[in-house]
Design a binder for this molecule. Sequence first.
Ligand code: FRU
Length: 429
Amino acid sequence: MNSPHEIARCAPDSAGNPKLRDPYRPLLHFAPRRHWVNDPNGLVFHEGRWHLFFQHNPNGDGWGDMSWGHAVSDDLVSWDERPVAIRQSVDADGLPVELVFSGSAVHDGDDLVAIYTSVRLSADPDEAPLQTQHLARSTDGGETWVKDPANPVLDRGSTDFRDPKVFRDGDRWVMAAVEAVDQKVVLYASDDLRTWTLLSELADPSLRAGTWECPDLFPLAVEGSDEVRWVLLVSVLDGAPGGGSGMRWWVGDFDGTDFTPEAGGWLDHGRDCYAAVTYNDAPDGRRVMIGWLDNWAYARQTPTLGWRGAMTLPRDLTLVVTDAGLRLRQAVVRELAAYGHLDVALRPGEELPLHGGAVRLSYDGTAGELVVVREPATFSEAFGSVSRVPVPLVDGAVALEVWLDRCSVEVFADDGRVVLTFLVFPEQH
Ligand code: FRU
């Protein structure tokens, strides 16, 4: 049942009646049937299918009761939402005692093992709960999970140690996680997923803003060569150029102990690509990334009906050589090629209104920048914005690939080297 306050959030029609319809449920993007979603979790390709677990409140459309939801896809286009996979733990009165935060999933033989952050709630509300890393195992392809009796498997005595991304590196496991408030990525290694040894810690003194979350570390091919480099992704809770949360990427070297960044930038110059991580064990050497199509600056207020939050379109990542060095390139996965998008050549001085003008693209020829204006919205003062990012003109225009869905715009410019992702709620602007 949708509560009256959920219905009231939908803007009333001219007669003052709430609009009892859902104009925003995406057609091509994953969104849960109902209730709240945030980060993608446990992205793993298993027995020919793409598994998407996600931070989920199974009981409501606000953040809380954090558990792992689950959806499966054969083609990265349509998603089959499955029963809740890993639930929070509750006491005899049904009150939460342990929340299940973000993490990853790997193959251990035929089993899937999830490595997630457990947040053990204290009876004393003034006491910050510890964040420790836990395991759960599934022997039925991710449908049901058993938490490991050896939990926690990694405890730093920290209240901000979270979001483990585990991957196979040769004959061992490597984990990238964060000390979120200290703005550090911590790397660990293990032979058995249960005993972990610290490898190194990485901070970027040039980036002291925000809280670091959801790291990912992976090898990535350089297009047109045999070269493979390492890429680190980090989500930054606040302080992104567009306002609120955003993501950084770095390319560099991982020598088995330390990751040494060489170059990087913002992963997405829009406002709504957060907590993005990549699939483990994707076929054909692919590196497929999915993010949360949202921003903590207003995620709790978005005007949807009984569900809240969605994922970005899945994107293939590669590295490309440019005059300025290696750059990350994002491309909507080829499985979506049959679905409609716009190919636009935008010239200086022209404007492209999308979603009835709620989002407008233009090119500032003087500054050499692509400009995206998102109109202010009624539900949050933080929503309206102007984003600007340098993009070179080619033959007097910028070539844009624009993917529209009912509550989003994803813009790929400069052949995928510049990406801007935006939520949009046309009726609320
Ligand atoms: C990122 C995040 C993670 C955490 C999860 C909790 O959006 O804050 O750091 O694990 O969400 O839902």
